[in-house]
Write a protein that binds this ligand. Structure first.
Ligand SMILES: Cc1cc2nc3c(=O)[nH]c(=O)nc-3n(C[C@H](O)[C@H](O)[C@H](O)COP(=O)(O)OP(=O)(O)OC[C@H]3O[C@@H](n4cnc5c(N)ncnc54)[C@H](O)[C@@H]3O)c2cc1C
Length: 313
């Protein structure tokens, strides 16, 4: 267990060095994730700019406080015991979106929907697929988010950021090593601050119509009215996770308040449960699919934080 005195010391230091940075003690992660689950983070910082982000990273590194990074929280399963140390949240901050010819530059905290819409409004093609992905540009770049045949890596020219020690870096698309839902950042644990996309001239009305069509298709297939983190499992080498789960008759399977969506078997939805319910349901789905098909489903959601301590009597 982290010493809470340390967090007070870190909070004081951050308030002194970046007085306008938003800090929240014991931030309930259920309020900051689309799954609406998870215990409190010891301290959450929402830096307004790169200078504040650097202060947060350097101070935490100096004081030996672990850092967890998040964007919109749309791919996170935070455990019931919450997150020890400092959570840095880049969502709705560092969120500029600028178009210059065929180049779109965004801050990491911009929503993918805002970036995709800004491109479409200027008649730029290449990001329409991302309009319905409910995360930030930073969170999307981290794992090369994609949908309907498109992936962010295909449109990316340059990714800038800071290492966990606060040192700047810049990668070309090639250096990012984008592959299916993977990038080098998943090994390096660095913070994306800005992304440059190179798009193609297109027809504004046609791009907006494509985005509206994809939005309609999502609403038809996905349980968008219920809290979820999107697809819970990665696409296996052969087939789709949702089809395998459906074939095994697992739609509607429930553990506590966690359920395999009745509408889309790839989504696990929160009907008022705990992270522990989700972990159990995920394990049941993995086992059942493996027993029937021999395919082991790997989680796509990022599981962070720690289990709630067992209550002693
Ligand atoms: C209804 C629904 C539909 C979805 N549909 C899709 C889909 O079609 N395609 C798809 O790919 N995903 C989909 N998702 C999942 C999710 O939206 C994406 O994975 C998204 O890219 C996550 O972004 P985020 O900002 O929410 O990141 P978070 O969930 O906050 O974080 C995810 C990971 O990214 C890291 N991260 C966040 N910000 C940064 C940063 N600035 N620098 C470095 N690392 C960072 C975090 O540390 C964490 O490991 C869906 C989710 C939901 C709820």
């Amino acid at each position: 267990m982290l010493d809470l005195q340390d967090m007070s010391a870190l909070e004081r230091r951050l308030s002194q060095r970046a007085p306008s940075m938003r800090l929240t003690r014991h931030a309930s992660m259920a309020d900051y994730t689309t799954l609406r689950l998870g215990g409190p983070a010891d301290l959450m910082a929402e830096p307004a700019d790169e200078a504040q982000l650097r202060v947060a990273l350097e101070s935490a590194a100096d004081m030996g406080v672990p850092v967890t990074l998040m964007g919109r929280g749309s791919n996170l399963l935070v455990l019931d015991g919450g997150i020890r140390g400092l959570v840095i949240r880049l969502c709705g901050v560092m969120n500029s979106v600028e178009v210059d010819g065929c180049i779109l530059r965004t801050g990491a905290g911009a929503l993918l929907s805002s970036a995709a819409l800004a491109a479409a409004e200027k008649g730029l093609a290449g990001l329409a697929f991302a309009g319905g992905i409910p995360g930030t540009v930073g969170g999307g770049i981290y794992m090369n988010a994609g949908a309907y045949g498109g992936e962010l890596g295909q449109a990316t020219e340059r990714v800038e950021g800071l290492t966990m020690a606060g040192e700047p870096f810049a990668y070309t698309a090639e250096e990012m090593a984008f592959s299916h839902r993977r990038t080098r950042l998943m090994e390096e644990n660095a913070v994306v601050t800005r992304v440059t996309f190179r798009l193609a001239e297109g027809d504004r009305e046609a791009i907006l119509a494509e985005m509206a069509d994809l939005k309609r298709r999502r609403a038809e297939k996905q349980p968008l009215q219920q809290p979820s983190a999107g697809s819970t499992f990665k696409r296996p080498a052969n087939g789709y996770a949702s089809a395998l789960i459906d074939q095994c008759g697992l739609k509607g399977l429930r553990v506590g308040g966690a359920q395999v969506s009745e509408k889309h078997a790839g989504f696990l939805v929160n009907l008022g449960g705990t992270a522990a319910d989700f972990l159990q349901l995920m394990a049941q789905v993995q086992r059942a699919v493996y027993d029937r098909t021999g395919i082991w489903l790997e989680p796509e959601v990022r599981i962070v934080g720690e289990d709630a301590p067992a209550l002693g009597v």
